[in-house]
Design a protein around this ligand. Structure first.
Ligand code: MEV
Length: 426
């Protein structure tokens, strides 16, 4: 049977039923499904080896975004987040986008930039030329430090930049371009920068080596995703309101910040689920958003000549499917298997599509019913459960009543739950 990520009513199932569907979709074995623990899954010894001063582990819900069709392939996307509505919104957008043909993506090679900074160089132009004369030797030397070359990656290029400072004059900065293949790449790039800096110092015979570290502004590791949503699925009025909201964000950094936050709601949740570095992704996204000198939305919204809504995203995403926490964290490994990306680029294209879906969901909601309606429904559900409601029927009954009364509060949830108990006892 053809596997599909189109799972209508997934949210209505029990946790066990959902786990069964996901493990069948991704061919998870018993160990892998157990590693997505219902009661914790990160062994204490692994946690203790991951960071310092460990006293325990910290849990968050792991949900599955459904319905994603990307380049004609079905994906289920694990997301870890504390925020209600996020997973539902992504799944809902993906469902609409799927009906219009799904997402289409592309990406650059996964190239990261390492920065090697020198100060106190008197003859900058001369020094620049000396470094460029030794370019191939320096690249070869960098490539001796890591196994990336074996996989077709490694240091490919270098360039020189001059950064003028207020108190330290002109700094000479070497940018080392490293194709990181399926790794996020920070370790490889930092190692290369450190060793190459000493070699450059030998050639220059003046100045001193300063910072040697990866840049999170990954302008050479860009990922793109787009979708065209048929006019009939949204209606002309909604499309125009969405476009107006987009232009609001394009012209106002206060709105653009929130617009981009919505995108990152999706991307960060999936990044965390897959054991990748969320801060690197966040730093890259926001610095890219302001690369023109103006802080802009990371997505674009347009109308085609038929009046359909064309949405797209371009974002740097430094993600890996090997190395780092992906190597040791059992749940991250299982989550990567659920996505089924064969390369880091494929993973990044899935995440970019998720970010786009998340953003579309937010804009559509704000342009129509407002964001609070969905939020309040989930909030009501959480309150009902906290008040002790059990089973879908009872939870729905209390949620419905609170929404109808426009009184969504813990107090009301408890009162309604008391009534339920009385009703059951009588
Ligand atoms: C909430 O977490 C995210 C939104 O504010 C995004 C947006 O306004 O576009 C809904």
């Amino acid at each position: 049977m053809e596997k599909t990520s189109k799972l209508s009513g997934f949210y209505k199932l029990s946790v066990d039923e959902r786990r069964k569907i996901v493990s069948e979709f991704a061919d998870l074995n018993k160990e892998e499904i157990e590693s997505i623990g219902k009661n914790g899954s990160l062994p204490m010894q692994t946690a203790d080896n991951m960071i310092e001063n460990v006293i325990g582990t910290y849990e968050l819900p792991l949900g599955i975004a459904c319905n994603f069709l990307i380049n004609n392939k079905d994906y289920l996307i694990p997301m870890v987040t504390e925020e209600p509505s996020v997973v539902a919104a992504a799944s809902n957008s993906a469902k609409i986008i799927r009906e219009s043909g799904g997402f289409i993506t592309n990406s650059t090679r996964p190239v990261m930039i390492g920065q090697i900074q020198f100060s106190g160089i008197k003859n900058i132009a001369h020094s620049r030329q000396i470094i460029l004369e030794h370019k191939q030797e320096l690249l070869d030397y960098a490539n001796e430090q890591d196994i990336l070359v074996r996989f077709g990656g490694g240091a490919k290029e270098l360039e020189i930049r001059i950064v003028t400072t207020q108190n330290f004059g002109d700094l000479l900065v070497v940018h080392l371009f490293v194709d990181c293949c399926d790794a996020m790449g920070a370790n490889a790039v930092n190692t290369m920068c450190e060793v190459v800096s000493s070699r450059i110092k030998e050639y220059l015979k003046e100045g001193s080596v300063g910072f040697r570290i990866i840049s999170n502004l990954a302008t050479e590791r860009l990922v793109r995703s787009r979708a065209t949503i048929k006019k009939d699925l949204l209606g002309e009025d909604t499309i125009d309101r969405i476009l107006e909201g987009y232009e609001f964000a394009y012209n106002d950094p206060y709105r653009a910040s929130t617009h981009n936050k919505g995108i990152m709601n999706g991307i960060i949740a999936a990044t965390l689920a897959c054991g990748n570095d969320t801060r690197a992704i966040e730093a890259g996204a926001h610095s890219w958003a302001s690369i023109t000198g103006k802080y802009l939305p990371l997505t674009k919204y347009e109308k085609d000549k038929e009046g359909n809504l064309c949405i797209s995203i371009e974002i740097p995403l430094a993600l890996g499917i090997i190395g780092g926490a992906t190597r040791v964290h059992p749940t991250a490994q299982a989550n990567l298997k659920i996505i089924g990306a064969k390369t880091a680029r494929e993973l990044a294209e899935v995440f970019a599509s998720l970010g786009l879906a998340q953003n579309f969901a937010a804009l559509r909601a704000i342009a129509t019913v407002g964001i609070q309606q969905g939020h309040m429904k989930l909030h009501a559900r959480n309150l009902a459960m906290s008040a002790g409601a059990k089973g879908e029927e009872q939870i729905q009954k209390i949620v419905k009543q609170m929404i109808e009364e426009k009184n969504i509060s813990m107090k009301r949830a408890e009162e309604l739950m008391e009534k339920e108990k009385e009703h059951l006892c009588s």
